[in-house]
Design a protein around this ligand. Structure first.
Ligand code: PLP
Length: 394
């Protein structure tokens, strides 16, 4: 008999698996070209050539004992130093290798942070809509996820409600920008106000509240919109990053945490995160891909591909009468469901071979997420199907 907690988790995750399997089934019946699967955030642009070059060179020329061996829990010193230097150049910070921990993607980075910081019952505040897995990551350590309701006019965090919901048990605040599922970038003004509230509440409760910024989409930005660098605004900030999207490497499981020396109890937090990385079973981030990203820190995948997808999809859908905010980053479009019950809307969409995800999973019912990290042809070919969907539902 599996543990009670897992029974609920298995039930929850079978909905996503069911959607994936349905897509496969539909593709087998109608042909992959006639199914418009916008359900997964799996990058469809190849990694930059520099990634392949680095893999080939490392495999042929690196000392195999170094390339494949165990190492420090926090990762190769050379990789951590390269990450720190790259951030210092971009953001004028003063990090060194001792502020960085290489992780098994953003997912493991967040688990490492929560393992390090949460006692059972501690609260983690996040802003809806949010990446659905946050519920699981917080529950893994018996934390309590506190959701702030969405501001559907802008999808910026609702800060009045935030201030009201901070308690003596608030240990972490978790933000994600550019955001999955809205594509919205939180503004500098948002962070300024958030930091002021956090500083005040820390004083009021005599606690340390850590702001965790989950940034797998930091480089996926369109036009000249800037993504604020969160540690500039608030001292107790921990940054989680991933190369899953910026270098199109989700299967390789590689990312990093930055724990600035200024955070409260820095030595304890960094030490705990290093041990958590090991005892959660990650041990250390994949060695080959640490060395690959070390050489590719200034590279990104072809972001113009996603930008073209965004423009064509946004223009196509809004012309049909659907409503959505034009996303500035990531590769998701969060569309208002014309029907109050967005799950029913997603079911109707399937009739036209369109697979999209209900917003309630992201803590924001009445909306649907469309992941446009797909072939451009899929976007173009899907628009007549969306037109039929509009006809039926708008
Ligand atoms: N955080 C957000 C907001 C995401 O969208 C994802 C993946 O889609 C992750 C974390 C996990 O990413 P990784 O592959 O780096 O673990």
């Amino acid at each position: 008999m599996i543990c009670e907690k897992m029974v609920g988790l298995v039930k929850g995750s079978s909905a996503i698996r069911a959607m994936f399997e349905e897509g496969q089934k539909m593709a087998a019946i109608y042909g992959a070209g006639n199914v418009y699967d916008f359900s997964l955030g799996n990058p469809n642009v190849a990694p930059p050539e520099a990634v392949k070059d680095a893999v080939m060179d490392l495999i042929q020329n690196e000392d195999p004992m170094r390339l494949h061996g165990y190492m420090s829990n926090t990762g190769f010193a050379s990789t951590r130093e390269a990450v720190a230097n790259s951030l210092n150049r971009k953001y004028g910070t003063h990090y060194d290798a001792g502020n960085v921990i290489m992780t098994v993607g953003a997912a493991s980075g967040l688990n490492v942070v929560f393992r390090s910081l949460l006692n059972p019952g501690d609260e983690v505040i996040t802003f809806a809509p949010f990446f659905a897995e946050y519920r699981n990551y917080v529950a893994n350590y018996d934390g309590v996820l506190v959701e702030i309701s969405p501001d559907t006019a802008t999808f910026q965090p609702k800060l009045d409600e935030f201030a009201e919901k901070i308690t003596a048990r608030t240990k972490c605040v978790l933000v994600n920008s550019p955001n999955n599922p809205t594509g919205v970038i939180y503004s500098a003004e948002t962070y300024r106000r958030m930091a002021a509230i956090l500083n005040e509440k820390q004083k009021e409760f005599g606690t340390s509240i850590y702001l965790i910024t989950d940034e797998p989409y930091r480089e996926l930005v369109y036009g000249d919109v800037e993504v604020p660098f969160v540690p500039d605004f608030y001292k107790n900030t921990i940054v989680g990053y991933s190369f899953s999207k910026s270098l199109s490497l989700p299967g390789e499981r590689i990312g990093y945490l930055v724990i600035p020396s200024e955070v409260d109890d820095f030595a304890d937090v960094y030490g705990a995160a290093s041990v958590a990385n090991r005892i959660l079973g990650y041990v250390n981030a994949p060695s080959l891909f640490q060395l690959v990203v070390e050489r590719c820190l200034e590279e990104t995948t072809d972001i113009s591909y996603y930008e073209r997808n965004r423009n064509t999809l946004y223009e196509g859908l809004t012309k049909l009468g659907f409503q959505c905010i034009k996303p500035d980053g990531a590769f998701y479009l969060f569309m208002r469901s014309p029907m109050e019950d967005e799950k029913a809307f997603c079911e109707i969409a399937k009739k036209y071979h369109i697979l999209i995800v209900p917003g309630s999973g992201f803590g924001c019912g009445g909306y649907v997420r469309i992941a446009y990290c797909v072939a451009y042809e899929t976007i173009v070919n899907s628009l007549p199907a969306f037109a039929k969907l509009a006809e039926e539902t708008l």
